[in-house]
Design a protein around this ligand. Structure first.
Ligand SMILES: [Mn+2]
Length: 468
């Protein structure tokens, strides 16, 4: 519990400020962590009998902060705000409260709860929803404990897991959720879709590649048929003995096929189950719940996500499922389109322009999904984004081992053409002005060529077809 106690003072100061308010406007971020953060805030204020409203935003520009502050009163920023603390602190005649986990701008306000204020890591020790949960607990006491379930969904949705499990203050919140019976944690295969998806898709989601076994749903199906009677059942429906059979066979196959021991460990993770939700629904698995919430935000229906995270069901749940179904269809159509158009090959990269055929909010996932079909060079995909161009870059792991760093390449090349970019070595993105694509591509190509140049496993100079 120590990591949580380190933030007690901050959480209590936020709670006291909120308790003094006549009403509170909650402003939250539009992803799974932000939606659960906003839902926890709204529930806690409701239980404290403080009238509240919730607004979901994709970001906080200084203009937006000014206009929010101009309406006065108490505003609770959740999963957002720490990065804009300078602009928030600069406003007067209102009362801001911030519960967030992002990097803190060089400023301070009285009511601010952020893991980094206590020396904790905002990427792995506590999510935005977790920071809000701590304030909620300070506001309404043990009455807030069932909201630990939403905090866990937020942390999992924010990809805070370390080696497949939640750690630090996140783990302390899991303990509280277990104590009141809303969360169960079990050691399981580290896969996605345990509650709702058929086995082949579930196993194919493992981050470990076992050649000839875990390549794609088709090879998984063929492999499964030799081990279980019904390869199409859902993981959640499998008898414990069947799960055990599958897990043992997977480990065996991994060892036989020479998968390194540390990668074999990555087959195992922790499942976070929302114990009070119905069996076989996305609501029961923290990662699937988070995916459902993300789908509502990606299609501009965040209010559906907030309601779902607050416990509404019925029409709200139906709509969220529809949006997720649409999302899956859009992803598969996006991948088909990308493969259909084919990529244009440069020296070290390949690229494709999806124009307005793919939403800027999903082009990165489409590029990730298409990557296994286009393995020879990093993929750069463009999509229209409100007058600008959204860029997503995804690279093969073997090139990352050879020196590829797409985060650096996106940052430098975007800056070069007056845009902004960044991210990770294997997955990165940028937004650049329309018309600057050619200059941007030349720059990315030169940077990537230098990163991987000469290294074994660099791009082959003959492979120029993307569609086969
Ligand atoms: Mn977050």
């Amino acid at each position: 519990m120590a990591p949580v106690e380190a933030l007690t003072d901050h959480a209590e100061r936020c709670a006291r400020t909120l308790a003094d308010a006549a009403d509170v406007r909650v402003v939250t971020h539009d992803d799974a962590d932000g939606l659960t953060a906003g839902a926890i805030a709204a529930e806690a204020l409701d239980r404290a009998e403080i009238p509240a409203s919730v607004r979901v935003v994709d970001g906080l520009s200084t203009d937006r902060i000014e206009s929010i502050a101009a309406d006065g009163g108490t505003v609770w920023f959740t999963d957002i705000g720490s990065g804009q603390l300078d602009a928030i602190a600069a406003q007067s005649d209102w009362t801001p409260v911030v519960a967030d986990h992002h990097q803190i701008a060089d400023a301070s306000i009285d009511a601010h709860c952020n893991p980094m204020l206590a020396g904790l890591d905002g990427a792995s020790d506590l999510s935005g929803a977790g920071a809000v949960y701590l304030v909620a607990r300070a506001l309404v006491g043990s009455e807030a404990r069932d909201l630990a379930a939403q905090a866990v969904v937020g942390a999992v949705g924010d990809r805070q897991l370390v080696d497949g499990e939640l750690v630090g203050a996140n783990a302390a919140i899991v303990d509280e959720g277990e104590a009141v019976g809303v969360i169960e944690r079990t050691t399981d295969l580290d896969v996605f879709g345990r509650q709702t998806r058929p086995l082949p898709q579930v196993l194919a989601s493992a981050s470990v590649s076992i050649p000839g076994v875990l390549d794609d749903p088709a090879t998984v199906t063929a492999w499964l048929a030799t081990h279980v009677d019904d390869p199409d059942q859902r993981w959640a429906d499998c008898a414990p003995a069947t799960r055990q059979t599958i897990a043992s066979a997977l480990f065996q196959a991994a060892i036989e096929r020479g998968v390194p021991a540390d990668r074999i460990d990555d087959l195992v993770g922790t499942a976070y189950t929302l114990a009070r939700e119905p069996d076989g629904t996305a609501l029961r698995d923290a990662a699937e719940f988070a995916t459902l919430l993300n789908a509502t935000a990606r299609y501009d229906e965040s209010e559906v996500g907030i309601a779902l995270a607050r416990g509404e069901r019925g029409d709200v749940l139906d709509r969220a499922r529809e949006l997720l179904e649409t999302h899956r269809e859009n992803l598969s159509a996006g991948v088909d389109l990308m493969l259909d158009r084919g990529t244009t090959t440069e020296t070290a990269i390949q690229w494709v322009d999806l124009e307005d055929a793919v939403r800027p909010t999903i082009v990165g996932i489409v590029a990730s999904l298409a990557r296994s079909e286009l393995p020879d060079r990093p993929i750069i995909a463009f999509a229209d984004d409100d007058g600008d161009r959204k860029v997503s870059a995804r690279g093969p792991a073997r090139l990352v081992r050879a020196g590829l760093n797409l985060g650096v390449a996106m940052d430098r090349a975007a800056t070069h053409v007056g845009g902004e970019g960044g991210g990770h070595d294997i997955a990165a993105g940028a937004t650049i002005p329309a018309g600057s694509e050619r200059a941007f591509l030349d720059e990315v190509d030169a940077i990537v060529a230098e990163q991987v140049g000469g290294a074994e496993g660099g791009p082959a100079d003959t492979a120029d077809s993307a569609t086969n």
